[in-house]
Structure formats: structure tokens, C-alpha cells
Design a protein around this ligand. Sequence first.
Ligand code: MOS
Length: 746
Amino acid sequence: MATASTLPPKTNGSLPRVDGPLKVSGAAIYTSDHNLPGMLYAVPVCATIAKGTITALDTSRAESMPGVKAIYHRGNIGKLFRSAPATGFSGIIDERRPSFEDDTIRYYGQYVAAVVALTYEQAIAAAKAVKVTYNAEKPDVRKHLEVDEKPHVDSTRGNPDEAFASAPVKIDETYVTPVETHNPIELHASVASWDGQSFTLYETSQAVVNHRGVMAQMLGVPPENVRVISRFLGSGFGGKLWPWPHSLIAASAARNLNRPVKLVVTRDMMFQNVGHRPRTQQRVRLGATADGKLVSLMHDSLNHTSILDDYSEGCSEATAYSYSTPNLRATSGLVRRNVGNPTSMRGPGAVPGLYALESAMNELALKLDIDPIKLRLMNEPQKDEGLNLPFSSRHYVECLNVGAEKFGWSQRNPKIGSMKKDGLTLGWGVAGASWIAERMESEATVDLLSDGTARVSCATQDIGTGTYTVLSLIVSEKTGIPTDRIEVVLGDTALPSGPISGGSWATASVIPAVSDAIEKAQKTVFKAATMGHDSAFAGQKADDLAFTNGRVHLKERSPETGVPFEQILRKGNLRAASGQGKSEGTFGDPNRKFSTHSFGAQFAEVTWQPETARLRVSRVVTVIDAGRIVNLKPARNQIEGAVVMGVGMALFEETNYDPRFGAPINRNLADYMVTTNADAPEIDVTFLDYPDKVINSLGARGVGEIGLAGLAAAITSAVHHATGVQVRELPVRIEDLLQPSRRVNS
Ligand code: MOS
């Protein structure tokens, strides 16, 4: 029983994941774990060319194979629609063309048909037996990017060209980030069912409400006839934010056959059909005075996109506000390639963008022969000079100073290859981090129940980041109900509408709606407590009551004098007191008064053994200014995970396309390298604790993506410090470090 004797936990506590026991015991049901009665298995047939047309599709042999129920293609899938252009955070899909819409192949692996059979094995066998004839053309998967259309000006001020031309010290370099493929361990999957009128779709989705809206449009049914469920996610990294074609294939097959259909995307298909971070090529020009004051900053970025859809990586996300300079221009352009559509990957825009900008800052510091931290401090802005607005809360300087102290930066000898430890050469590097902080609109319901428990529900998701836990903690703090008596229900469009699990904004967005719902539920209890002549506070005014540690009491008297809320509910024969909460979003607010971002500093140490060309990232110190940290343990865990991913970005990850046939050739976890445990550095995470009340009443901006921002620049700078080689195209390869021609100062 929840009583006043159970003290609520404090914020900044470290509540372990409330969903942890379900996950480690195997009781958490993930999308592909759903097995419905009469369920069939769908396996797509993927194009084996990257450009051309289908001239013939022969399904005759496959159709006669055991267990085959249907083979869908352009001729028989039925009418499917495109999703209308998105407004705000609804209707978003990256690959807008429904599968089988035409006979044109635009990327390798594009779905051309789908087999549905009684078993998965039968479906695979029949999919292999579908004979597709193509008129193949040479695909364009060239790495080097040249803009197709006039670039978009993202931000501009002053006269950057003139200021650059006359600047005493200049940097003009191009930085490249490769295609990276999201590799969550949980494969994308759909389990779709149709009851003659409505769809129930179990999906691997970071955004169930958006998924419902898109699927309703593409399937041609009203949104209330689609329910999307995603209770647990084996992560997504952005790759599961927006729907992909397999969901539509599974749903339409379920409708056509009137039976549930499961479709699980394979690991190799994940490199083709469900997005990737696009290749970026970014020219950064910095002009500075001889003592290091920036006079001009130009950042021109290109990214590849697919033939049909315009995915802009948004590399200049952080460019306009990072540093003070009177003259600046940031542009972005798209280059079309025969690849699947790119999509958001952890820290879209700012992560590749800051790799380029922060690398250029480090190169400028080298050229000026000043400390890279000092260069940053010299160019610290007093406001967001891009938006001409004050920052809601910016503690970048403190991030750099605290990080320098923790890392031991004052011991640094800037001379290349000069620092040694245990027979290894050390390299040290630093870079800044930042990430957009916003709030999305949200609703939530909180029920205070007569058995002394509480239930909080919202159609947002926990993608492995701790949303279940953080909501449990918030409700516990505000009601005094212990977390083991709080049920959190997420990941279902039947619940009150909730935000996407993207942008690291879910926590900041849901907290205000949940807080509102709690207050309303408590008001309902106050009304019940004062209603009628035999209630606990008969004759008192509801407005004079307070709710503390699970007890209702007169505001003017102590909580101990009060009555547990569940007693009040039971007395009135009420099962629950409910509150429906709602909060607004901050996107596109024309009356915006502040620039809202999180900040951070990344310090990296590498070890280098020239004799064996062995490079390791040995140590990372990261200091994060993300407002108030609601739950320290999962927050730290987010940053640690992002740092591990940042090591991969700097040293390992790259999807390579075969220049002849356009296939991603390393489309498996053996050939696509990610950071393993053995590659993970020692990680020291520090959070500054400055609540940002502009974002929400708790002051929490949210954490996740910020941990990846800037890290690759800190690592490549450390690599330069150790080896003398400035690598400007990720990932850093051993070959780069062995080429004497690319060495400087050696
Ligand atoms: Mo994140 S790329 O917004 O899931």
C-alpha cells in the first residue's frame, strides 16, 4: 500500500529501468515476437539492379511452390496511395512512393514483389523462385558529390565572402562523412492484421501516431481504422522514426488475404530499404584575425539523396549559433544517387555538421598556434547571432573548462607525437557539441486508482532510452506513489496522442503533459474528497486541499493529518480519479523569445603504435549541458552509448556501394564495422545541472543525440596530434595513417 511513510525518490536520482526485468527475463514482447492465429509470412523480392526497368515478372514457378498463398506485385497488390506532404510532425515518410507503384528501379534492393506463404521458409524459397527480368542501366552511386540544383541558403549575415577574402588567417577545407547504416539489433518488422474494417499493426516504430497517419493515407482508410502498437523497441537510432515500404506491403497483404501477415526485414535489407545517414561533403571556410577572432564563417554542405525524394541532412543545424562572427553563410544542396532514401540518424544534421565545423576550428587553432579551447572561448557568442535571440541557457564555456579539468588538458604538449605513455604515442583532441532542444505537443492521461496505484499513458514510445522509467519517476515525485506501484503504458495509438521518440525531445515534451494530467487527477480527488456530507473533507473547499506523499490534506495543515488518496476513492466507490493532460509544442513558434539548445564538450585521447599501425580511442571525457537531468542513470547511459557510436563514426562505420551494380556491398554485421566492447574507450560523463525553464517547468531539455555531436572531430584532432595526419574523410583508416604523402609536420 502506498502511504505517506514511503518517501518519493528525488530527481537526479538513478532509478534503474522499470522495464529492465521484463527485458532481461524475455517477457518483453517485441514486434516480431507477435504470432497471431492464422498468421502468414511475407518475404519481399528485392531488385538485383540499382537502375532500370522491370521488363517481365514471372511468378509461375513460385506460385506452384508449397505453402504459397499469394505473390504481390504491381499488377495485383491493389490500389495504394502516396502519403500527402507532411505538416509538422504528422504524415512524415521518407520514401513516399508506395512499393510497386511503377516498374522503374531506382536503387538496389527496391521491392519488386512480395511472396506470402504459410511458413517463413516457404516464403523465402518462393521469393527466390520469382523470376524478374530487367532492362538494366548503369547506376550512379559515385561518392564525390557535385550539386545538382542551386543550394539552399540556410543562414546568412554580413558579407562573408569579402570578410574571408581579407582575413589574415584562413582555413578552407572539405570534410566528408560516409554513408552510415543504422544497425539496431532488432530488425525492422511488421505484424499486420485486418478485421474487415480496421488494421492492427504491430510495428518497429519510434513514432506510432505518425505511423498511423501515414499508413491510413497509403492504405486509403480513415486514421481511426488503423491502430499502431510498438511497446518495446530494440532501438532505432532514427531509422525507425518514419514508416518504410515493408509496413505497407504487410498491411495490404493482410487486407487482401484477410489473414495476419508478418514481415521481418533482414539485416541485408536494412542496408537497402530502411534508410541510412547520407554521405555528406562539407566545405568550411573560416577567416580569422591573427589573434584568433573569427571574421567569416562559410559552411557549404552537400548530401546525397535518392532519385525520388529530397532528404536534406541539414548539416548547418548548429553553424549559425555556435560561434560569434559578424559574417556567415551556411548553404545546403542535394545530389541524387541510385540509393535508397536516406533518413535521420542519431543527431541528423548537427552530428556530421559539427564534425566539419569543429574540425575546421581545430585546424584554425593549429594554424594560429593557439590552444583550441582558447580559440573557442575567444569566439563565444553572447546570443544566438543567427536568430538574433538570447540563449535560454548556454553553458558551453563551462563545459569546455570542466572537461579540460577532468581530462587533464593543462598537461597537453601540443607538439605532434610528443606525448607518450606505456610505450604508446598519445593524441589528445577537443571539440564542441550542441543539439537542438525543442518540445513537441503531447497529451497524456494519469489515473490515480483506488488500490493505491497509478497508471500513466501516452502514445509516445520507449525506444530503449528510458521513457518508461522517466515517466514512472515523474509520477512518483509528484504523487508520492512508489515507482513499483506505477504502471506506464506507451507505444499504442489507442492512447492519448504523444510525441515521436526523436530529436531527444520525448522526455522534455511528455513531462509537461504528464504534469498537467497529474494535477487534474489530483483535482478530481479533491472534488471527491469534499463531495457529499460523508466525504473525508465534507464541508471543505476542494481548492483548500493539497496532495503530498500520496495523502490529501488541508493546505494549511501537515500531510500527516491527511487521508491517503485511495481511501478517499474507495469511500466514494470510485475506481479511479483521472486527469487528461496536454501541452503545446515549441516548433515554429513565431513569438519565440529564446534560442534553445543543449551544449557539450568532447575530449578524446587516442593511443597510436606506429610500429604496428594500431590506433585506439582510449579515453573520452564528455561534459553535457542539457538542462536538468531527470534520471541520471539512463541519461548517463545515453551519452555513453552515443560516445561508443561516435568512435564508430570516427574509425569504423561506412556503407560502401559497388560502383558497377550499385549494391551496398558490406551489408552485414561482419563487413560493416561498428564499435565493439573491445573498441570502447574509458568514458567519463559529466552533466552540468542548469535547469532550462524555457523548455518546461522541470527544466529538462533531454539527452541522447548530443553525446555523439562533436566527438568525431575530437577524435580526428587527437589522431592528428598523435600521428601528424589530418584526416578529413571519415572513417579514419589505417591506410590514411601510413601514407607519408598525407603526413604533415612529420
Ligand atoms: Mo533521432 S535520429 O531523432 O531518432
